[in-house]
Design a protein around this ligand. Structure first.
Ligand code: ASP
Length: 582
């Protein structure tokens, strides 16, 4: 037997027990006549003691020779420590070792296996298996398992069944590029890795399975943005005989269950806000509503004077920064410079200080009087002591710019507390978005999303205006999931393909299997997919997903530990009928 207990288990109540432990040498302290070793495994650390008076000379010598990360097995007696460590659960006891066996030696690790390690990201990724030995990574993987097992429990309890869908498929149009796998047996033909199981889960509904879920890997070959992974995990779900409310209520239930069981946080009914409202109020379709600072629209009360910048703008909007009147001129200038950076691209900010005595002082006092400024304060919900920040320009840009400024200020004012959870639903997304590059409409969500049925006619006359039965779940300013009610009528599906610029032939080639299925009694259905990596990170109070993935790719899409992607041999290329461009 390798062990009677694990390294995190023994307590003062185990005194005098003879125990056997196995684990890694975490640290050792050599006082000459005494040696202490911290023995570590997944469950914790136990202190071993080797003592000249009570142990044999050979044993002491062997203990002194142990290197960091050696794997050892010890047998000994649980004794009370003379100086106790209250920081760890095993801190009251130690093991007086009578027998030591080296199970494996170790090279000196390239970085310290501690929470605060000296290893940089690159090195940690190259030796990820050592990185995983650190509590800070190990705990995140254990946390992830806790979340995913609660998800399974909850969905199983609601009659969802876990069905695996294939990984070698034909391209699914989720808006990204596919990862392609050449077929050896079918020369010149290719599989695609799924961007999501979208079409399969719809086919499972046609198959009558009623409620499906899968915690599933998805693959998207996108240009890498920070904190995106080319392969990531979705909690993918689909339901039959449901309308939008049914899906939202079910997954609101799941999210509440996770917040309650994992974080002990109770959240009331999630606000539901339309896409148009989210953009108009927060300049974002994934608003962070842990703090307010909602946009006030000022066109009608700011375009009546000689201030040309406002007069010529399509939209004038402002936010009120709570207690912002405390900002120094220098701080305000810093934000002005911040919005002028090319990433934001604004021309500047007009500001109004709301003084404690009820008067206002603005950067446009030449044009506006106290009454104007008081109106602006009312519209932006500004109180005495606040600061109003106003931007103007064309609608889409100025909303985006002020939205970014809102989040930046929320961050600096400490209003984005990672231990606070503010979920909401954003609904009624546009069905289509115009793509300048291809000069055509693209599906905003995906081509299987149902338009609002009372807007079908608009699809012919003004497709850009049509709203979809599509929704996103947003948590703390992050989109953590999205879904829709699907089209289950083959005529509407054909119309949709037509609007997306597919000829009948192309639609048949790409999606004939789905259109065929729709001829055999497809039930009304809808679903959603939540991003597990991000959900887990946010629940744990972090924004970065990398350390919640055991073996993530780096920012260039590479796994530097296994050296992937890598070249393949000429023989392999030949077998796949591939050749490389010279
Ligand atoms: N397949 C969609 C996605 O990956 C989710 C859904 O519509 O259920 O975003």
């Amino acid at each position: 037997m390798y062990r009677t207990h694990n390294c995190g288990e023994l307590r003062i109540s185990d005194l005098n027990k003879k125990v056997t432990l196995s684990g890694w040498v975490h640290k050792s302290r050599d006082k000459g006549f005494m040696v202490w070793i911290d023995l570590r495994d997944r469950y914790g650390v136990s202190q071993l003691i080797f003592d000249e008076k009570r142990s044999s000379k050979d044993l002491i010598k062997n203990a002194k020779d142990l290197g960091r990360e050696y794997v050892i097995q010890v047998t000994g007696k649980v004794i009370e420590r003379s100086s106790k460590n209250t920081n760890i659960p095993t801190g009251e006891i130690e093991i007086l070792v009578s027998d030591l066996k080296i199970l494996n030696s170790s090279k000196v690790p390239p970085f310290t296996i501690e929470n605060k390690t000296d290893g940089g990201e690159e090195l940690r990724m190259k030796y990820r298996y050592l990185d995983i030995r650190r509590n800070s990574i190990k705990d995140k993987l254990i946390f992830r398992n806790k979340v995913s097992s609660e998800i399974r429990k909850y969905l199983n309890g609601l009659n969802f069944i876990d069905v695996e869908t294939p990984c070698l498929i034909k391209s699914t149009p989720e808006g990204a590029r596919d990862f392609i796998v050449p077929s050896r047996m079918n020369s010149g033909k290719f599989y695609a890795l799924p961007q999501s199981p979208q079409t399969f889960k719809q086919l499972l509904m046609v198959g009558g399975l009623d409620r499906y879920f899968q915690i599933v890997k998805c693959f998207r070959d996108e240009d890498l943005r920070a904190d995106r992974q080319p392969e990531f995990t979705q909690i993918d779900c689909e339901m039959s005989f449901v309308n939008q409310d049914d899906v939202l209520n079910t997954f609101e239930g799941l999210t509440k269950h996770l917040l309650k069981t994992i974080k002990n946080v109770k959240v009331d009914k999630f606000p539901r806000i339309t896409y148009d409202n989210a953009i108009a109020k927060y300049g974002s379709d994934k608003p962070d509503i842990r703090f307010s600072m909602e946009f006030g629209e000022l066109n009608s009360i700011s375009q009546h004077k000689d201030f040309n910048i406002f007069n010529s703008a399509e939209l004038v909007i402002g936010i009120s920064v709570p207690k912002g009147n405390d900002f120094t001129r220098k701080e305000i200038d810093k934000y002005i410079a911040w919005v002028k950076r090319p990433q934001i691209g604004a021309n500047g900010i007009v500001y109004v200080r709301c003084n404690e005595d009820g008067t206002y002082k603005s950067s446009v006092d030449k044009f506006y009087d106290q009454k104007d400024l008081a109106n602006w304060a009312k519209t932006t919900n500004a109180n005495k002591g606040d600061l109003i920040l106003i931007m103007s320009g064309d609608k889409d840009n100025v909303r985006r710019q002020l939205g970014e400024l809102r989040v930046e200020i929320g961050e600096t004012l400490g209003l984005r507390n990672p231990n606070e959870f503010a979920p909401l639903w954003v609904t009624d997304f546009p069905l289509l978005k115009w793509d300048e590059e291809s000069n055509s409409y693209h599906a905003m969500h995906h081509p299987f999303t149902s338009p609002k049925l009372d807007q079908i006619d608009l699809l012919k006359s003004n497709p850009g205006e049509v709203k979809a039965n599509a929704y996103d779940l947003v948590l703390n300013g992050n989109e953590i999931g999205g879904g829709s009610i699907r089209i289950h009528d083959k005529n509407i599906q054909s119309l949709m393909f037509k609007n997306l610029g597919f000829s009948e032939k192309q639609a048949k080639e790409q999606f004939g299997f789905l259109m065929n299925a729709f001829e055999y009694g497809a039930p009304p259905h809808g679903g959603i997919a939540l991003g597990l990596d991000r959900l887990v990170a946010i629940l744990d109070g972090n924004e970065s997903i990398k350390d919640y993935i055991a073996f993530p790719k780096n920012n260039s899409g590479k796994d530097i530990m296994i050296d992937a992607p890598s070249s393949i041999s000429k023989d392999q290329l030949d077998e796949l009928s591939l050749s490389l461009k010279k």
